[in-house]
Design a protein around this ligand. Structure first.
Ligand SMILES: Cc1cc2nc3c(=O)[nH]c(=O)nc-3n(C[C@H](O)[C@H](O)[C@H](O)COP(=O)(O)O)c2cc1C
Length: 737
């Protein structure tokens, strides 16, 4: 930095160190430049490092005019030179000027003149010019203070200056400016000769004070904001910057302090911090609620939802929690619990087994019968407040889990409460156990979880209905002489919807047998119902003795005319009676459906991929509906199937079709239809089935050698009864005979 050339006074180095470059954006005076100006000659005699940088190597002392020119300063809103504005500030006639700096400073600079009149020694003929970025000052004062020069002067007057003498015992103040007296309410007589700590009081942070002491003891500048008290006892937030002033030998001769009342800003910042904190907490709580609800929605049934809910809630609220579900008559059905402490899993298991503590709780009963809002308030709970008939084992578990405060919220379904959620905290202080934000969350959770569980319940009910409907519409396969038929319908998974797949075998009056497999687009009751209608139409068209192409064309007409179903794909085939050699002609049409497979008795597998037309219900692209025919030799089997058997989201259809061909090739052609069906399904099942599976295997029973005919033809049907595979959700049924 530029050094003053003339002999230093005892304190002429003052400005150099006055404002430290405390790089903390919260500090108003950060980056301020300080000039020490001779009030008689208007010469700049010294500057601090920031000031020196503004004029880049300019020799001192120099005139105010030269300094302003070197710094590129002009006056923002008055028609005078920067030099005159600063001179007025130095003389104390304006107090403040607002300047624009051409370089090195992005913001307006506020130049505050502080005549050191009354200061000891040569300082009396000096004035400080403190230049501060205007934005810093504006942040610490309400905007209303910024409309006019007088206002600005008023703001500037908030900056108070103090000088202390560390060579005297306890570093007492030896000079203060009028702003200091104005801000603190003390007179100069009150304060001179006293250490400035008299401004501190009960609320002053001792760690902040310790930091100031440590910096001053180390001879360093320090900037801190701390709570001070005026003479009348009112507190204010004081932003203090204290800089040591060194003599030529480097000894600290004085301390200069600059105080700014930043109460408004601190309060504003705190309010903002509080608001931000509240907003963050709210976002966090919404996110948590959403993730808990989503986790419940992802579970397709109410039972697993009820089991999952406590585990989702326990980590966030209270010490442990439980869910009680009731049936449609309000009778307790099931209890699930979870504890934040994983060690207490056994106690939770006890409470899940024995329910008296929750079933007979008056609060729970009140919530269930009235759904009262008021019960959502947390309340104290102890062993004595438990239902009288609570079992000894339950009591012991409850003691170990801990009681203190609790909340009971209804789990609201569409048509009433479907249960309650109980959250218990070991903390006996209701207010700390359940702060208002938690109370709000838990009530909201009750509502959201209730709906999610209710949805799962409805979903399960609807799925069950659709499944029942579909099963009731899937035919028992009637006996078709000389043909061995086995079919299977299997829904994709427990969580998936019911589809509109079907299979059918219909012996026709003229001795032929109609067979079909198809799939109505959609996965709901509507698809299942459409499937039922469509299959009936297909049957009646077939019964009329029409050819497969005519049947498909007729069904398509009806479906579109009556708007019976959305898009449907199917294979429809008619198997003729056997000729003398037992061979049967098969005529077929495919309406947008996968090609059936023909398993020859000599191990070859053929794809019947001709006679393709558009799906039923879609506009006909090709004009006439085609049909094709082939021969089913004795021992040959037809395999008709729907998407679910082969389609996998992550694998190309072509690969899957090839896989199927390979699987079918490996099936022993001598197997009966049912065994073939099982072998194919087994080979294709890889646990990733995404759609319902429907498969129909029709085998042309080989002509028996003499004497065996009757048993051979009837035999296969006898051991096909009771071949229901799987159970429960999978509902994998086979129907024969
Ligand atoms: C020039 C100067 C001005 C000071 N101004 C203040 C002030 O406005 N408010 C305050 O709390 N402390 C102020 N201090 C700090 C205290 O005077 C004192 O240094 C601080 O409390 C640490 O010392 P202690 O632990 O001995 O009290 C100032 C110090 C000096 C040297």
């Amino acid at each position: 930095m530029t050094q003053q050339q003339s002999a230093p006074t005892d304190i002429t180095t003052l400005a150099r160190d006055l404002l430290p470059e405390v790089h903390d954006p919260a500090k108003v005076v950060t980056g301020g430049a300080v000039l020490l100006v001779d009030t008689r000659t208007h010469e700049v005699v010294d500057t601090n490092p920031v000031g020196a940088r503004m004029v880049g190597g300019l020799e001192l002392p120099t005139s105010l005019g030269a300094w302003c020119a070197a710094a590129g300063l002009s006056v923002r809103d008055a028609d005078i030179s920067a030099e005159r504005a600063l001179a007025a500030a130095v003389d104390g006639s304006s107090g403040v000027a607002v300047l624009s700096a051409r370089q090195n400073a992005p913001d307006d600079l506020w130049a505050v003149g502080v005549p050191l009149a009354g200061a000891p020694g040569t300082l009396a003929n000096r004035a400080l010019v403190v230049m501060l970025p205007g934005t810093g000052l504006q942040e610490s004062h309400p905007p209303s203070e910024f409309d006019g020069l007088q206002r600005r002067a008023a703001v500037a007057s908030h900056l108070s200056f103090t000088i202390s003498d560390p060579s005297l015992p306890d570093d007492p103040l030896i000079w203060v400016n009028p702003a200091f007296c104005e801000v603190t309410g003390y007179t100069t007589d009150d304060v001179l000769g006293t250490n400035c700590r008299f401004l501190q009081g009960e609320g002053t942070d001792r760690q902040t004070v310790a930091r100031i002491r440590a910096a001053l003891d180390a001879g360093q500048a320090v900037g801190e904001t701390l709570l001070n008290y005026r003479k009348d006892g009112t507190p204010f937030w004081n932003q203090v910057v204290v800089s040591p002033i060194h003599d030529d030998e480097g000894k600290v001769t004085h301390h200069v302090g600059i105080q700014t009342d930043v109460t408004e800003r601190v309060h504003h910042d705190r309010r903002q911090a509080l608001e931000l904190d509240a907003a963050n907490r709210q976002t966090e709580s919404l996110r948590r609620l959403a993730s808990i609800t989503q986790a419940l929605v992802d579970l397709f049934d109410e039972e697993s939802g009820a089991a999952a809910l406590p585990a989702l809630v326990a980590p966030h609220y209270g010490s442990w929690c439980a869910v009680l579900l009731v049936d449609e008559h309000g009778a307790p059905r099931i209890v699930h619990g979870a504890s934040r402490d994983p060690e207490r899993a056994d106690d939770i298991a006890v409470l899940e087994r024995s329910h008296r503590w929750i079933r007979e709780s008056p609060t729970v009963l009140r919530v269930l019968t009235t759904g009262t809002e008021e019960i959502s308030e947390p309340f104290p709970v102890d062993i004595d407040s438990l239902p009288r008939r609570t079992g000894a084992e339950e009591l012991a578990a409850l003691r170990r889990l801990g009681l203190g405060s609790a909340m009971v919220v209804p789990l609201r379904g569409r048509e009433g409460d479907i249960g309650v959620l109980i959250v218990v905290s070991r903390d006996g202080d209701v207010a700390t156990a359940f702060p208002p934000s938690d109370v709000h969350d838990i009530v909201a959770l009750g509502a959201r979880a209730g709906l999610a569980l209710d949805n799962a319940r409805l979903y399960r009910r609807e799925q069950q209905t659709a499944l029942t409907l579909q099963h009731s519409m899937l035919p028992e396969i009637v006996e078709a002489p000389g043909l061995d038929c086995a079919a299977l319908y299997e829904p994709a998974s427990a969580g998936a919807d019911v589809g509109g797949d079907w299979y059918d075998v219909v012996p026709l009056p003229d001795g032929r047998v109609a067979i079909s497999v198809g799939d109505v687009v959609g996965h709901d009751i509507r698809a299942a119902a459409s499937m039922g209608q469509l299959r009936s139409v297909l049957r009646s068209e077939a019964w009329a003795g029409l050819s497969p192409s005519a049947v498909i064309a007729g069904v398509d007409d009806l479906v579109r005319g009556l708007q019976m179903a959305d898009m449907t794909t199917c294979v429809f085939a008619v198997v003729d009676p056997p000729d003398d050699g037992g061979n049967r002609r098969v005529t077929y049409t495919r309406a947008g459906h996968h090609a059936p497979l023909l398993m020859h008795s000599h191990h070859d597998v053929e794809r019947l991929d001709e006679a393709l037309t558009t799906p039923i219900g879609a506009p006909l692209l090709t004009g006439d509906v085609p049909e094709a025919s082939t021969v089913l030799h004795p021992g040959d089997s037809l395999v008709l199937f729907t998407d679910g058997l082969i389609e996998r989201r992550d694998r190309p259809l072509r690969t899957q079709l090839e896989n199927l061909l390979t699987c079918v090739e490996e099936v022993d052609p001598d197997l009966e239809a049912e065994a073939s069906r099982d072998a194919i399904v087994e080979a294709c099942a890889d646990g990733t089935q995404e759609d319902d599976t429907c498969i129909l295997v029709v085998r042309n029973i080989p002509v028996p050698s003499s004497g065996e005919a009757d048993t051979e033809i009837l035999g296969p049907h006898e051991n096909r009864t009771g071949s229901r595979r799987g159970s429960g959700q999978s509902c994998r049924d086979s129907h024969q005979d």
